[in-house]
Design a protein around this ligand. Structure first.
Ligand SMILES: C[S@@+](CC[C@H](N)C(=O)[O-])C[C@H]1O[C@@H](n2cnc3c(N)ncnc32)[C@H](O)[C@@H]1O
Length: 347
């Protein structure tokens, strides 16, 4: 795999970590530093902001639909932790399955298994993989019909979706809602509002997205159920990539998703996965410059904790803001062994 330009690793001393204002819950910490040309404004305020170097092999990777929390941008970092012999990339909290798509597109995994608790979402995924043209036709028909009164059309289609769970309706809603952010009310009904400034992506764009994604994801197993068996029973040459709901790894109800996730259950499943020598990567939380940071994962799991500095948004830079985003990744002991050990990672 092309590693992209200017990549280097280094281990930060405790002193350097303190100077960055980053606190680390484990000692087993490395930071991936992918040096690109830094915008002059970035270094000037004393904040080290480095962007993961883009992998050439991900140029033009397709994405099927807007989805809040998509890890498309992080794929450039995560693909580096997939060993060359990865057979199956398993994504139990798939959403828009950005990492599976990237892994298949870059040909670093032979196949993918995707799962999400959101059953209608996975039914839509089956349609994307098996019948992209039919799905694109349905989207096009809806998009055309919406032009007369887009607001009323959206509300009618949302009600219809809540009665039928039809995949084409979900695709239409995802293209119309605010920031691709799925929201369900207490009764489990989809209740997100439309972004009324937009009509949703043009039919030709959606068609291209679906057809290209379908091609990349042929042979993928699609499930809708618990993440646990997919994690615990993964094979020795597989890698499981998990992106559980943000801060939802608690019992607090998270309206962004259909279901919360009990942190204890999650850690218990991770222990079982460790017992089975499963290779896994977890995107756990997002660390920000203000040092707001979720509960660290149980240190007894022996995970290797990485911070990938995802940089500041263009908008923030323009407005003089400083919201540097650091993505937090955990690697399982079996995966670190497969990658040659921690010393090899930081060499
Ligand atoms: C942060 S999103 C994943 C986004 C994904 N990485 C992407 O690229 O689009 C988390 C996903 O986990 C799903 N989810 C929440 N609880 C779950 C559970 N208990 N089991 C499986 N999936 C779950 C949600 O429906 C949501 O799609």
């Amino acid at each position: 795999m092309d590693q992209g330009g200017g990549r280097r690793w280094r281990c930060l001393t405790r002193c350097q970590r303190g100077a960055r204002g980053l606190s680390y819950p484990t000692d087993n910490v490395c930071e991936v530093i992918d040096l690109l040309e830094l915008a002059p404004s970035v270094g000037a305020d004393g904040i080290l902001t480095v962007l993961p170097a883009k992998l050439d092999c991900l140029v033009d990777v397709p994405h099927p639909f807007p989805y809040q929390g998509s890890k498309r941008a992080l794929a450039h970092a995560i693909l580096r932790y997939l060993p060359d012999d990865t057979a199956t990339l398993v994504e139990p909290f798939a959403g828009s399955a950005a990492i599976s798509i990237a892994a298949r597109y870059a040909n670093v995994a032979d196949r993918a298994v995707i799962n999400d608790v959101n059953a209608p979402l996975m039914a839509m995924w089956r349609a994307i993989i098996d019948q992209p043209v039919e799905l694109a036709d349905q989207y096009e028909a809806m998009w055309q019909d919406s032009l007369e009164d887009p607001k009323a059309f959206f509300l009618a289609k949302r009600s219809e979706f809540n009665e039928t769970n039809d995949p084409a309706l979900l695709l239409y809603l995802l293209n119309r809602i605010v920031k691709g952010a799925v929201r369900y009310g207490k009764t489990g009904l989809f209740n997100q509002s439309a972004d009324n400034r937009r009509l949703g992506a043009k039919p030709a764009t959606v068609r291209e997205r679906l057809v290209r994604t379908s091609k990349v994801m042929q042979g993928t197993d699609v499930h809708s159920g618990s993440y646990a068996p997919l994690l615990i029973d993964a094979g020795a040459s597989d890698v499981v990539y998990m992106d559980p709901p943000y801060q939802g790894v608690t019992n607090v109800r998270d309206h962004r998703y259909m279901s919360g996730l009990a942190r204890e259950d999650f850690e218990q499943a991770l222990h079982k996965a460790n017992d089975n020598n499963v290779s896994y990567v977890i995107s756990y939380d997002v660390v920000r410059e203000d040092n707001k940071y979720g509960e660290p994962i149980d240190s007894e799991l022996g995970l290797t904790h990485l911070h990938v500095i995802a940089g500041r948004s263009a908008q923030s830079t323009l407005s003089g803001g400083s919201d540097v985003t650091v993505e937090s990744l955990y690697l399982s002991p079996a995966l670190v062994d497969r990658l040659g050990g921690i010393d090899h990672l930081i060499a």
